[in-house]
Design a protein around this ligand. Sequence first.
Ligand SMILES: Nc1nc2c(c(=O)[nH]1)N[C@@H](CN(C=O)c1ccc(C(=O)N[C@@H](CCC(=O)O)C(=O)O)cc1)CN2
Length: 285
Amino acid sequence: MTEILDGAAVAKLTNVQTAERVAQLDKPVTLAVIYDPKNDGSRLYVGMKSKKASALGIQTRDIPTDANATTQSIISLVEQLNADDTISGILVQSPLAKGVKEREVFSAVAPHKDADGLGATVQGMLFGDAPSDYTVAATPQGVMSLLKHYDIELTGKKALVIGRSQLFGRPMFALLTNADATVTLAHRYTSSETLKSYLKMADIVVVGVGIPEFIQGTDLKQGVTVIDVGMNYVDGKAVGDVDFQSVQGIADFITPVPGGVGPMTIATLLENTVTLAENYSVKNS
Ligand SMILES: Nc1nc2c(c(=O)[nH]1)N[C@@H](CN(C=O)c1ccc(C(=O)N[C@@H](CCC(=O)O)C(=O)O)cc1)CN2
C-alpha cells in the first residue's frame, strides 16, 4: 500500500505554530518580496505566499522589479532592505528577468534576513553542516520536515536527488548528506542508463526537474520513498515530475502534486521569516 505524505496537512500544523510565534512578538514581522511581475508563475506564487503570510499575521511588502531592472539595481534595492529595520526577512522570487544574475542577487541578501536561504553565506553554512542558526532553502527544508514528520529513516539509506538547482537540488543534497544518507545528485548530464541504475537502487528519490511525469513506477525499487518537487502545469492542472498513478503499490510513500512539497515550501519560508524576526528581536533587546 502506498502512503501519501500529506504536505498540505503538515504545512497546516507548521503554519499554526508560526502564527502562534508571530503573536508572541512585540513588533510586526515583515517579509519583503522582490519579484519579476512579467513572470506569470512568480505573480501566482508571490500571491500565494503573501496571502498565507497575511493569514499568519506576517506582513509582506511585495516589490515588483521595473522593466529595465539590472543585477546592480536589484542588488541596490536588496541593500536598502538589508538596512531597513522594519524588514524581518527578504525573499527574491525566482526567476528574475532574463539577464539578471540571480545568484548575485540572492547573495546580496544579508544572512540575518535571508528568509529563503538562497544566499552564498547561508548555503555555505549548510554545506559545512555548521551547527549554528542559519536559514535553509524553503523547498529542501520543507522536504526534510515532511520526512521527519512521517519518521522516514535516512541514516545509511541510498538517496537519489534529481536536479541540481540552487533552489532545490544542491541544498537538498547537503541536507540529506547532513542527515547521514548516502546521496547521489543526478542532473541533465547524467546519462539515462546511469540514472536508470541509480533509480533502481535508491531507497529515497527526490526529483525536481520540471518535466511532467518524468519518473514512472517501473523505474523504481519496491518500497521506495518518492518526493515529487515538480511543479508543472498540463492543461492548466498542477502535475508533478512523477507519474503518481504508476508508482501506486511500488512506492511505500509518495508526496502528491498538488498538496505535497508546494505547501511545505510556503510554510517553511514563513517559519524561516518568524525565526529571523525572533533572532533579530533577541539581538536588539
Ligand atoms: N525564491 C524562490 N523562488 C521560487 C521558489 C522558492 O522556493 N523560492 N519555488 C518555486 C515556486 N514556488 C514558490 O515560489 C511554489 C510553487 C508551488 C507551490 C504550491 O503550493 N503549489 C500547489 C499547487 C498550486 C496550484 O494548484 O496551482 C501545491 O503543490 O499544492 C508553492 C510554492 C519557484 N520559485
